[in-house]
Design a protein around this ligand. Sequence first.
Ligand code: NAD
Length: 476
Amino acid sequence: MTSTLLFLDGEFRDSSRRKRIPQTNPATEEVFADVAAASVADLEEAVKGAHRAFTQVWRNLSPRKRTDILFAVSRRIREQAEELAQLESRNIGKPISDARDEIELGARIFEYYAGGITRLFGQTIPVGRGGFDFTLRQPMGVVAAIVPWNFPFPIACWKAAPALAAGNTVLLKPASQSPLTALELGRIAFEAGVPAGALQVMPGTGSEIGDALATHPLIRKISFTGSTSVGARIMSLASRDLKRVSLELGGKSPNIIFADADVEQAASTSPMSVFANTGQDCCARSRVFVERTVYDAFAEKFIAATRQLQVGDPSSDATQIGPLVSRGQRESVEQFIAGARSAGRSIACGGTRTHSRGYYLDPTVVLDVETNDPVWREEVFGPVVCIRPFDDESAMLREVNDSPYGLSGSIWTNDLKRAIRVARQVESGVLSINSHSSVHVEAPFGGFKQSGIGRDLGMAALEGYTELKNVYVAEA
Ligand code: NAD
């Protein structure tokens, strides 16, 4: 059993209240570690340290120095990739091959933003009164990054790296279920040259330190990824002093299959677009719309491909689907399945627990759903998908957009004009055509409607961690 502390001001420190958060391996249900839980007093100290690191050190370093340091973080992540992947897999039950990919993604994110530091351009603008304006992108100060448990390492990286690149300092709050790789990131960054206080990591429960984070006067921006309800609370609290917020929230994404698509390819790849990460994915394509003429063929192939998925021990290279993160998460998913069953919907496969130990649940396909069923409308955040036929493009698009969410989605068709026409009309921040790929380090990622505000990744995220200053120069 290992015990880990908070990572504050360049060292591991206990919390002022010595409270611990147990860490359970979801595949075995065993507690294997615990971490210190930050208190409001710890937060106060951490914010002071982050503000000091911002005003006295980090923002004053030359762009070249900051670039060198972020490249060094990336290198060190790669050097420790296997340990990090094993830790992540154990902490949240993520299949080891996915965990390895996500650690590599974190390294690439630091690399990308290291290079972005000297590409954060302003403008020169001829102005009507003569002379010209030039614009500067300046850091904001202390940024609080609050991350969820489903992709702990890459999301921590995709907030910390651009915030640091832009010259801010960062307080990183991982989720209580998944703090271990975030704490390692704090240590790695410090050892790579990020100054003490510039990236601090403080696990803690939202109920204890959440409000203090959202209202602290020295925190200038909150970058949050998590549920829509917590995001809305943070936005409301942050409005008191007009803190900047960016929110990446829930989703209920569509997967649209037209009859002219490569139905074979769409059907064989679609199961992993919803069941990867055991469905605990904000981009999960959990509402599948299939043109009626190919519905039966698609559903049959989709179900056959789902039955082939390897569900099991996350430490095995062959495993594609691990357990859910916790007992509570599995119970919440099972309630959706029970609701669908009692409404008479057809459970074409899955819906049961197949392992005696661990929070496993078989990938579940629900057919014959109605558009007001909770399983069709709400974010299940587990391995459950619904498939529905459609006849008419416009009516289908109305159903697609009849959701409070708008994060991602896929469109399958070989008709280029239709692909572009439909992509323009789907109310989502991220779409893929003949693919299920949503996250690219170089491109903006975020949602429409209640899926969020602001963008992670790409140059858009880097700009989002700056204030835009406009300076007028008189020439006469
Ligand atoms: P959550 O909202 O419960 O928790 C997210 C983070 O917020 C955790 O660190 C948690 O400790 C913290 N938190 C909880 N209450 C808080 C409060 N009052 N103040 C401040 N912080 C608080 O979400 P979760 O269960 O960890 O993650 C699942 C959700 O995240 C899903 O809805 C999913 O769709 C969403 N998500 C969205 C994206 C995206 O990019 N859009 C990516 C991943 C996950």
